[in-house]
Ligand binder design. Structure first.
Ligand code: MG
Length: 374
């Protein structure tokens, strides 16, 4: 049943893992990447994903994705891709489950606000670097070490989730092999994330009444083709069911394009060292799937992300976040004493930023409500 793994020779070899910052004894039946996966799942930051907005804020419907269900979808897609390519599924899964834990409340809008506010201090907010601080510092669950003590490869994959960096570019990340590509297991998370959210946003957008079948068919060639095929094969099926059929077909098409594009790009490479030294990332769509993804993104931007239904709420949350940031800068005594003490080595703007970034949407709204922040 299983086809021959296509890139098994490029799988990250577990025996080459650089290990943990604080050495630990081996576990009798879980390898280090399996343990990292479990550590992520048991982290508080992971559970908070349930109450963080993906695109549609909670309260509109119980059926929209939140960041936790999105994460599970990414993880399933990524494991499928890793499996068919013959890569390490445990490393892939650990990275997929961790990929969004650094997101502040209210999705990308929240990230933009925090980054803008931090620039005033010559600093930045980046959700991947924030995720690293979470797993290195903020999660305190073990008596022997701070953070989750994850393997080097998982930490490297977290900081290189969406982009690589050169030597000297990000001083605090010098240990994470600047100038080198991460292993394929890490490279594939970013595009599996894209497959998951493009298709999910289409689905949620449809159920929110922002997307129509006709509109999507006009904007996306692949959607039109799949919708046509579904209409011919299931002429009596309700429109909603046809939509699900098309969304499933799109996921399948993108995943196949990702597998094919990556196998093509990696042809001739001999091992993980060659993956690391390759001048560009190898995990990629075929040109046809990349064009299809661009069409879909364009459509989603106009119909969903920039729709007035979403932008009004986003503007309000952005304003509140800015006001909360200013309030805490002026009144740091409102921060929990234990947090102030733990993070005392950081400048105040960073303490405030990290505190807000760790909030769920719900906690953010309760805090704003209590403090009269409109
Ligand atoms: Mg994501």
């Amino acid at each position: 049943m299983n086809p021959t793994p296509l890139l098994a020779h490029l799988r990250f070899p577990l025996d080459q893992a650089r290990g943990r910052r604080y050495p630990e004894l081996a576990h009798p039946y879980r390898n280090p990447f399996q343990r990292d996966r479990d550590r992520v799942v048991h982290a508080r930051a992971f559970r908070r994903l349930e109450n963080k907005t993906q695109v549609f804020t909670a309260g509109l419907s119980d059926h929209f994705r939140n960041r936790l269900t999105h994460t599970i979808e990414v993880s399933q897609i990524a494991r499928t891709v890793a499996g068919v390519l013959g890569l390490d599924e445990d490393l892939t899964e650990a990275l997929a489950l961790a990929h969004d834990i650094g997101h502040p409340p209210f999705g990308h809008a929240g990230e933009e606000v925090l980054d803008r506010l931090m620039r005033r201090f010559g600093d930045r907010f980046d959700h991947n670097l924030h995720a690293l601080r979470i797993v290195e510092t903020f999660e305190n669950r073990y008596p022997r070490f701070p953070g989750l003590n994850l393997t080097f490869e998982v930490r490297e994959g977290i900081v290189k989730h969406s982009r690589d960096f050169g030597p000297g570019e990000i001083p605090e990340l010098e240990e994470y092999l600047p100038g080198l590509r991460p292993p394929l297991e890490a490279q594939l998370i970013d595009l599996c994330d894209e497959i998951a959210y493009d298709t999910a946003d289409l689905d949620d957008g449809y159920h929110a009444g922002l997307v129509t079948m006709e509109g999507a068919a006009a904007a996306s060639d692949k959607f039109r083709e799949l919708d046509h095929a579904a209409s011919m094969q299931f002429p009596g099926a309700p429109e909603r069911t046809r939509m699900h059929e098309v969304v499933r077909g799109l996921i399948d098409w993108f995943v196949s394009g990702l597998v094919e594009g990556t196998v093509g790009a990696a042809a001739g490479l001999s091992g993980v060292a060659a993956v690391r030294e390759h001048p560009a990332r190898l995990v990629q769509f075929t040109p046809a799937t990349a064009a299809g993804a661009a069409q879909l993104k364009h459509f989603l931007r106009d119909q969903v992300y920039e729709s007035s239904a979403l932008t009004a709420g986003r503007r309000r949350s952005a304003m509140q976040m800015e006001n909360l940031f200013e309030l805490l800068l002026e009144h740091p005594e409102r921060l929990p004493a234990s947090y102030l003490e733990e993070s005392a080595a950081q400048p105040l703007h960073r303490q405030v930023c990290d505190y807000i970034a760790g909030m769920t949407d719900g906690f953010f709204e309760r805090t704003c409500g209590q403090w009269g922040i409109l």
